[in-house]
Design a protein around this ligand. Structure first.
Ligand SMILES: Cc1ncc(COP(=O)(O)O)c(C=O)c1O
Length: 371
């Protein structure tokens, strides 16, 4: 079997072995005996290990966390639940991953609300003041990717929470590129909702995602997606009524790949055991090595370089005429090293499974390819 050096956690994690094991055990149990091995009670409690692990990571209560199949799905349900009113506006950035914005676009189209996106420069950098300048009394939602997927720019959440709240708006955070890399304290971030996919920095697989929904807002939220699991007592099956749970689990509406959720719980527990501060320190140290080495090779770094805007996503601008697409393909084909080409930049995103040797192997491969 080919051994890969995955320096692309902003794309897809090499699944944590503990997550893979938990997910496979669940799949094998189902393949052996269906509901005899995964019964109604197990299904009812199937989200709990992940809710518990994610609450631990976000320093919040289990009641504040729910589980879904993808970040995009949770954001869509949330967007319909918030349902920004006619004439209001939703503020985000043009550099955002489409899923951070599209769910709001769909609801804005239906309701007659406006989407306002802050521009970025040639390095995909968005001036935070540009975003703040778009917020006014008619703003209903500010939605940001905590860390931008393309260049790793990190936003100060409390600053945006303050600006959103003083305009009477909500702050909704897509933490798919930050949760598991950066320490996040849900309550002190000021965010009203924080959503993250599971297959990147949290090191799970496809098929599971988490959301924090703040106690202050969730009581009034009617999720956009409803199903049998939306009812407070999921096995009291009656189509003529639905009573939503008080806690964040009101956003859980149906079956999911429970193996993915159980696996993700194991992966998040690993991060909790290492300690998110230690993960952050490790990831930034590797990012520093990428930055130093790239500069020594004469490669420009397009990502923000200083706190509080930097992260473990380092995007490199290759010399003129050299395609990031081509280089990322050669790194994969000839050196078994995974990075990603995004928006013309070569994106390197190391995480806890990586070592300094991995970064040096990347730099040596780049040196060979470019010379
Ligand atoms: C910021 C951000 N949000 C959401 C997603 C997609 O998440 P999911 O596949 O769980 O919908 C990505 C994937 O790259 C992302 O970078």
């Amino acid at each position: 079997m080919r051994a890969w050096t995955n320096l692309s956690y902003a794309n897809v994690a090499t699944t944590s072995p503990a997550a893979h094991k938990a997910s496979m055990e669940w799949s094998e149990a189902l393949a052996r005996g269906g509901a005899a091995e995964f019964d109604g009670e197990a299904e009812k409690n199937g989200m709990m290990p992940l809710r518990r692990a994610a609450a631990n990571l976000l320093s919040c209560e289990i009641e504040d966390v729910c589980v879904g199949s993808s970040a995009t799905e949770l954001l869509c349900s949330l967007a319909w639940a918030v349902s920004p009113a006619w004439g209001s506006n939703i503020v985000s950035t043009k550099a955002s991953f489409p899923s951070t914005v599209y769910p709001w676009r769909r609801v804005a189209e239906a309701n007659g609300a406006e989407i306002r996106l802050a521009e970025h420069d040639e390095n995909l950098y968005t001036d935070p003041d540009e975003i703040l300048g778009l917020i006014d009394d008619a703003t209903s939602v500010v939605t940001l990717s905590h860390i931008e997927y393309s260049n790793g720019q990190r936003y100060n959440l409390s600053k945006f929470a303050e600006a959103a709240h003083s305009a009477g708006a909500l702050l909704v955070v897509d933490a798919t590129q930050s949760m598991g890399m950066v320490p996040i304290d849900a309550a002190s971030s000021g965010a009203d909702a924080i959503v993250s996919s599971g297959y990147k920095w949290l090191r799970g697989t496809y098929g599971a995602a988490v959301a924090y929904i703040s106690p202050a807002i969730r009581g009034g939220l009617n999720p956009g997606l409803l199903g049998f699991r939306s009812h407070v007592d999921i096995w009291n099956l009656r189509a003529d009524r639905v009573e939503l749970p008080d806690d964040a689990s009101r956003f859980e509406y149906t079956t999911i790949h429970f193996g993915a959720a159980l696996g993700l719980a194991a992966a998040v527990d690993e991060i909790n055991e290492i300690g998110i501060q230690e993960v952050w320190r490790h990831d930034l140290a590797l990012a520093d090595s990428v930055i130093d080495g790239a500069r020594r090779l004469g490669i420009e770094v397009a990502s923000p370089l200083s706190d509080p805007e930097r992260s473990a996503i380092v995007s490199l601008r290759l010399p003129d005429g050299i395609s990031s697409e081509e280089i990322s393909r050669r790194l994969q084909d000839d050196y078994s090293i995974l990075v990603t080409s995004r928006a013309g930049l070569l994106r390197v995103s190391p995480h806890i499974d990586n070592t300094e040797q991995d970064v040096q192997a990347l730099l040596e491969a780049l040196r060979q390819i470019l010379s």
